[in-house]
Design a protein around this ligand. Structure first.
Ligand SMILES: [Zn+2]
Length: 425
């Protein structure tokens, strides 16, 4: 029975208090470390579970130890709505990445419970395991497991610091990797009505534009060449005239410069895209001041919400390689390509978030997510999904990561009202 007729306020004090305790628990002397399927993550889960029980929520865990904190609805057979994010962090990271998404959900449920609200369907806060691939070289371990998609092969990877397998770590924490590998999901994707996630932006856009909250338009897919190589020929720097050089550095630098120019051009044409060359090096043993460089090793990382934009820059890359090979007499081998699919956010849910923000007079910016999130796994599994970003300072995955509580409060209010209108309106 619903005893409230107006949308209750979310309990932001709860977020503040929990963030303080989480920080205390997981400060490592430099930053925040909540190691996936290790002590740090365990402690965060225990703290969250204790709070959920105090709030009178139902608590369930799946075989991978993802935690489902449930405000029971009137009809428990109907598809639930979920709010979730992860509680692990990178080593020496920040306190907000991941955790605020779980706390935001609890702040909403706490408000609803205090007002005596029973929603028509279960509303579930999902505390997800092991999102950060800094620990295990598999992306979205927890959400994959929650959706029945974590494989035997994934479970065999080892944690970077301990050398123990994901399965071993999971078992040590009380999980059941054998059951995970069978692909059983407590809530299969077709049985979830919607998934929402609140997360810090991790980039500068909201901060630069002085807007507290973002509605994520989509989560970018990537197209990468991790081990690209240019083969030229070493030669004497003084004795080799320009026309006889096969300079690997010049050819590769030209390639990067052409791609950079193309990126700018594509942006002007309305494409959403990022391009990064994060590694670029000559062989330190063979390269020298007095030598024309014979080799360059490098990598290329392209990201976009749109497959067509990735396709376009990839075709241009092939065209450039052909052109530069002829021009500089080098061989450019991009190497094996790896891709991850972009995740589409639900148009309906994005509109609901936008309407709620408008009603609350909270300014929001629509922007893509260049980083991956648990939401991506839900979206590609077919669950209608939407995300809000909270403005944050000093980037992310570093100890200086920052966020202002009033900005988080605004994002939580937006989600709270959108959820209320969706379920109770
Ligand atoms: Zn995160």
């Amino acid at each position: 029975m619903n005893h409230a007729t107006a949308c209750p306020e979310p309990d932001i004090t709860l977020c503040e208090e929990m963030l303080r305790v989480l920080k205390q628990q997981s400060f490592d002397g430099i930053g925040i470390t909540r190691d996936a399927y290790g002590e740090g993550e365990q402690q965060a889960h225990q703290l969250t579970e204790a709070l959920a029980l105090k709030l009178g929520l139902e608590v369930k865990k799946d075989a991978a130890l993802n935690m489902y904190l449930i405000l029971p609805g009137e009809d428990r057979q109907q598809k639930p709505v979920m709010i979730g994010s992860h509680l692990d962090s990178v080593p020496n990271g920040g306190n907000y990445d991941g955790a605020i998404g779980v706390l935001a959900g609890l702040a909403i449920l706490s408000g609803w419970r205090a007002a005596g609200v029973q929603p028509p369907v279960d509303v579930i806060v999902l505390a997800i395991r092991a999102e950060e691939s800094a620990w295990f070289p598999v992306s979205y371990v927890g959400s994959k497991a929650a959706l029945g998609r974590l494989t035997e092969r994934d479970l065999a990877v080892t944690r970077r610091d301990s050398g123990l397998s994901l399965a071993q770590h999971m078992r040590q924490c009380g999980g059941d990797p054998a059951a995970v590998a069978q692909g059983h999901a407590l809530y299969p994707p077709e049985r979830i009505q919607a998934f929402f996630e609140i997360h810090i932006e991790q980039g500068p856009q909201l901060e630069e534009q002085q807007i507290p909250v973002g509605v994520v338009s989509g989560i970018c897919g990537s197209l990468r060449y991790r081990f690209a190589h240019t083969q030229g020929r070493y030669a004497h720097s003084g004795a080799t005239p320009r026309q006889w050089r096969q300079d690997a550095v010049v050819a590769t630098a030209m390639l990067i410069s052409l791609l950079q120019r193309k990126w700018r051009q594509m942006e002007r044409q309305g494409h959403q895209l990022t391009f990064t060359c994060g590694r670029f090096f000559t062989d330190p043993l063979a390269a020298d001041m007095s030598k024309v460089s014979g080799t360059v090793d490098f990598c290329l990382d392209f990201r976009s919400e749109n497959r067509a934009s990735l396709q376009a820059i990839d075709s241009y890359l092939a065209h450039c390689i052909a052109r530069l090979t002829t021009r500089y007499g080098v061989t450019i081998t991009p190497g094996e390509q790896s891709r991850s699919e972009a995740a589409t956010m639900s148009t309906e849910l994005k509109a609901r978030l936008q309407q709620a923000a408008d009603a609350l007079a909270i300014p929001v910016l629509t922007l893509p997510s260049g980083a991956g999130h648990d939401s991506a796994m839900f979206a590609v599994s077919g669950v209608p999904t939407a995300m809000l970003f909270v403005r944050n300072q000093n980037g992310s995955h570093n100890p200086e990561e920052a966020m202002n509580l009033p900005d988080l409060a605004k994002a939580v209010q937006v989600l709270n009202l959108a959820l209320w209108n969706m379920l109770m309106g």
